[in-house]
Design a protein around this ligand. Sequence first.
Ligand code: CA
Ligand code: CA
Ligand code: CA
Ligand code: CA
Length: 384
Amino acid sequence: MQARLEFRIAAVLWALSAWGASLPAATEISFRLQSAEVGFEFDSLTLGSRTEIIEQVVVNEQGQEVVIQLPGSLAFENVILTRPVDRSTAMSDWRAVLRSGDLTSAKRDFVIIVMDAEGREISRWRFNGGWPADLDIRPRPDGSYEEILTVAFDDLFRIDLSLPNQPPEISLPGSFSIAVGETAQFMVTSTDPDGDIAVLTQLIAPLGATFVDGVFTWEVPIGAIESANPVEFEADDLRGQANSLVTSSLMINVPRDLDADNMDDDWEVIWFGSIRADPDSDSDNDGISEAGEFDSGTDPTDPTSAFRIIRIGPDGEDTAIVFLAQPGIRYQLQYNDNKLDTASWQKIGLPYLHSQPGSALHMLIDDTRPPEETRFYRIEAQRR
Ligand SMILES: [Ca+2]
Ligand SMILES: [Ca+2]
Ligand SMILES: [Ca+2]
Ligand SMILES: [Ca+2]
């Protein structure tokens, strides 16, 4: 035996994430999937439930056997939706997820909203764990075609519209730091204490970031070095109330030197593909460590590219020191009249900043050397 609750309606609105435009204007019935952004009209909806009837034979006060009926477990029937066939592939796309065997991905929560002709909400039902059990196409008497979607689900409950609306909530990680060349990825979820489905939208994100099926992904480009990147999401419970919209944000910080090895992270990624370069190693065997090549602006993968003094010699009364200067590097000439005393290096003149775009030979002059005196020189290279 079956007890049946069934109602039919004129139009249903359907929505599914990442499939296009915004929700259409109010119609009589709204059918909205979790993370919904898109609306589709349906012609009809059938929703039913049945309670198992348990028959029990009892003996009454007169000693007679009578049969009484008791309610057993409640079972829900599938939701059936029909709409005219058009170019939209939304339903077949949803069905395709299931056909691929991935029930977990295909399962969505959804809401059905019943409205009157003026668009006022009459009732709202929340369904959990919906999946497209069947999708059929059949001809209509007028020669057009309609598609019939059967949605199975785990559970449903009715949302109490007499209670004041509560705002949706967004679950986000906190602000964090990441290096260039790495991928920032996290889940964003929205919930609603009333059982509303809160539609998530990404409001602010760095260029190139994606937000698909609740997953934020950003491959941090080289150019993002030393930047702070706000990311903001909005949840909308689509009740149209003052508290229906909630935003939440975090900051993705891209420091200059995340691993604090004194080599800029973009330089490490350019030469070594990641920030895992070891400052003390010398991968091109030119006698200058990666940290030294960073400081002096040379190629850490080319042994012929290394910071050296090329020539020291007289320049009239003075001494000229020649080296190959690299773009953006600052060079300070130093001297020492006692090579064994490492603490007695002295600066000569102001540092030279090589501001041209390419490398070039450069000459630094010492005009302070007393005649007949032996003098040692070195040049200190610094990136900043
Ligand atoms: Ca709400
Ligand atoms: Ca670094
Ligand atoms: Ca080297
Ligand atoms: Ca080198």
